[in-house]
Each structure stands twice: as structure tokens, then as C-alpha cells.
Design a protein around this ligand. Sequence first.
Ligand code: FAD
Ligand code: NAI
Length: 466
Amino acid sequence: MASYDLVVIGGGPGGYVAAIRAAQLGMSVACVEKRATLGGTCLNVGCIPSKALLDSSELFSVIGHQAAKHGIKVPAPQLDLASMLGRKDKVVKELTSGVAFLLKKNKIDVLHGAGKVSGPGQVAVDLASGGRSNLTCKHILLATGSEPINLPFLPFDGKNIVSSTEALTFDKVPDHLILVGAGYIGLELGSVWKRLGSRVTVVEYLPRILAIADAEMATLLHKSLEKQGMVFQLGTKVTGATPEKNGVTLRCEADGKPVNIKGDKVLVCVGRKAYTQGLGLESVGLVPDSRTGQLAVDANYQTQVAGIYAVGDLIAGPMLAHKAEDEGVAFAERLAGQKTHVDHATIPSVIYTWPELSSVGRHEEELKAAGIAYKTGKYAFKANARAKCMDEEDGLVKILADASTDRVLGVHIFGPRASDLIAEAVTIMEFRGSSEDIIRICHAHPTLSEVTREAAMAVHKRAIHA
Ligand code: FAD
Ligand code: NAI
């Protein structure tokens, strides 16, 4: 029977990163993954394929709508969807193979198959190649991630009522794509298929999109997506669906009145829940939260059972790949006696629409609810030279700073490359910096980052270019 210091169940960003860090710290490690490839949801059916399609569809849109403005005359672009999907698959393949290479390089044994806890310090793997492998270990890390929430009145059928996984592989552009849920997945995958020619309707239960975001910034994104042609049915409750010959009629209720929406595909994206199916938790008396399916952990990522740990989507906090990775590192380092910790308050989030929306720290509604006095600085991309050169003038940076200490409490960016621009804000917040600190740092000219600096100046009512 093979024996290890650590057996990791789940080869996603939480699991594989923990495995590598533990191996770097001298532990003998095995990683069990039931998919044929490593990288988890993120690399296989999440972050990476969605961003590959977002980038391709953005290029398609830029060539079709913006090239002429830059003085580039090209005939209307034609979509070769099979090639676009093929490129996405190639990106995924290269990155998942890269993870396999890294695990091999770090001398981590990878077992492909479904792993389950069979007792304290014991993991049984039903190997994909057949047979069972029993492992013993000092520590078990559970990193089995999450799965899409399946609404009982709108169950996935894999064909017309689908999850994000199928929406990354449609072999034809849907004529009318209906999205249930105006969150991360709805807005990102809605953008992809809108740019490629679908009519897109987003049905959201709440009266606004992106309940997790700063309301002002969410409104800016909402307006921008409407301008791009997406239709939003907010405050609308889905009650069921009726199959049609070529699609589905979604039955909804708005203001107490029935609303029927006919489309050829319905993408249900109303959140994800932790995945622990078949994990053998009962063998050690571990009980997931009845609502979220998540496991409770302590500061060392240890569950209620000694020697069994959990990270990533399986535990509380934002369900994001970089959060899972950071927890994987912190778990391994704490196991090795270090004091690493992950501050959930400084985990950035990004919605990869165009323009993008990124955020770190608190938003205005949270600060108001907590009774914290704050100052606001805003600066628009339309006043930035680089944004003008790029013809990307839509957007705003908003900085929220403590009214008395000037410490940065939150930064919200809606604009071009907001995903990259947020890194400066995360750094400032990690170092407990102030908006004055951002002002004192030299920012290259002409760059989009100057918008952040001007927003910091605006906190003190001293923006130079306003
Ligand atoms: P996962 O990545 O889900 O990995 C868990 C792994 O465990 C899976 O590979 C699964 O097969 C395996 N597993 C489960 N049970 C067993 C078992 N019993 N035995 C063996 N293996 C098992 N996050 C971002 O930060 N940025 C993004 O842009 C982004 N885009 C996304 C787009 C989409 C469409 C989706 C669905 C998600 C996206 N996410 C994004 C979220 C991100 O994918 C997750 O937060 C992240 O993958 C969580 O990592 P994890 O390691 O906890 O779990
Ligand atoms: P989400 O939590 O982002 O959004 C779900 C939306 O559905 C919410 O607006 C909610 O109010 C709405 N909703 C819930 N029940 C509903 C109902 N019955 N009818 C209509 N609307 C309903 O969930 P989503 O988009 O499924 O994404 C899951 C998770 O995956 C995200 O929370 C995020 O953690 C991760 N993700 C991250 C991405 C990124 O970092 N860019 C991209 C994609 C996913």
C-alpha cells in the first residue's frame, strides 16, 4: 500500500497548487483527480475556456465594429465557430498538460480516478484505468471544488437547458439564448454569444444585476451591456420551462404577471455549490453544511476531523480560482509550520465582460451599512489619454478611502483592462496603503493606470486632469 505525507483529492487550482507547494516543502504527495486532465473546473470548463472564447469573440467584435474607426478597412468578418472552439480546446489542452508537467517535475504521484476517504489517513481510489488503489497518509486535503446549482423547476437536460459547461461548446450560435441569473457566468457567456450573433435575454430574480458588486459600478456595466444589445428582465422569477420543437419556452413571473420567453437555449447560471458526492465523508463523520454543501475549517484549513483539510470552492469565501490557489499555498505552508494566511478582504474579483469590471475591498453599500465614514474619488477613462488612443473611453475608477485615516477601503474599476489594473489596488490594500500613497507612486504615461492615480487625487479633490 502506497504511503504519503499528503494525499490531495481534486486536481483543480486549490488541489494542484497545494500539492506543488507541499512537495516544494519536502512532503511526499499524491494527487487524485477523477477527470482525465488536471486543472479542475478552472482549466477544463471554467476560467480558461470562457476567457479563450471571450478573447476570440472580442476580437471578432472589434474587427467587425471598430476596425474602420482606426482607419482599417476590412470586409465584414465571418465566423468559423468550429475553429474558434478548436482554438479554445487547444488553449485548455496546453494548460492542463502544463499542470501535469509541473506535478511530474515536483515528483507528485498523480492517480486518475475517483478518490474517497475510507477512514482517518486512508484514501481509496477507483482508478479510471480499472481497479482500486488504497493509499495511506498523514494528511488528506479535500479540494473537490463545486458544481452548478440545478434548479428543481428548471433541471438541466444537457441540450436545451444547460449549464456553463455546455455553453462553452455550443456547435451553432443560438438564435436566442436565455440566461437565468445575471451573475458572473451569465454576463460573461452572454457577452460571448451576443458578440457572435445571438439575441441574448438575461432573466434575473433580483431587481439589479451583480448583487455582489458596488451598485454604481454594476449599473454602469448594466447600461453598457444593454447598449451592446443584451436584454435584461430584472425582478423576474422563473417558474419552469416547456420544451418546444426547436427550443424551450421559459415560464416566468414579473410583477405578479406571467411572462413567457421563447428561446433555443437556456443557460441556467444561478450560482454553484460545493461538490462532495462520493467523497466518503460519512466514513469519518464529516457533515457538510446543509445549504451550501461546504465544509467548515479552522485557520489551518483543518476540518472538524483531525488530519483532514479542505480548500477552494469546498470552503467558505468567494468561489474564485485565485482564492483556491492562495488557500492551497497557505494550507501547505501552515502544515509545514509557517504562519501564512489568506485575507478574504483583499481577494480581487473580475467580470471579464467588455469593458471589464474589477473590484477589491468593500463597496459603498457595505461601508454605509457598517457605518464607516469614507471619502470617494472617481475618475473617468474618457479623460485619460491612453484610453482615447485606444478608443476605449467608457468607464470609471472609484476609490473609497477612510474619511479620517485615508486608508484605502475599496477600489472598483469599470473599464478597459480593469482585470489588470486591479492589481495595483490589491497591492495598496495588502500594504494597508492610503489614497495618498497611490498619488505618490509614479505611474507611466500614457497608461490606463493613470486613471487610478487621478481617482486617488479625486479623493482629495485635487485631480490634475479634471
Ligand atoms: P475545482 O477547480 O472545481 O477542482 C476540483 C477538482 O476535483 C475537479 O477537477 C474534480 O473533477 C475533482 N474531483 C471532485 N471530486 C473528486 C473525487 N472524489 N476524486 C477525484 N477528483 C475529484 N474563477 C476565477 O477566479 N476567474 C475566472 O475567470 C473564473 N471563470 C469561471 C468560469 C466558469 C464558467 C466557471 C464555472 C467557473 C469560473 N471560475 C473562475 C471559478 C473557478 O473555476 C473555481 O473557483 C475554481 O476552479 C475552484 O478551484 P477548486 O480547486 O476549489 O475546485
Ligand atoms: P453568481 O452567484 O455569480 O450569479 C447568480 C445570479 O443568479 C445572481 O445574480 C442571483 O441573484 C441570480 N439568481 C439566483 N437564483 C435565481 C433564480 N431562481 N432565477 C433568476 N436568477 C437567480 O453565479 P454564476 O454566474 O452561476 O457563477 C457561479 C460562480 O462561479 C460565481 O459566483 C463565481 O464564484 C464563479 N465564476 C467566476 C468568474 C470570474 O471570476 N470571472 C466567471 C464565472 C464564474
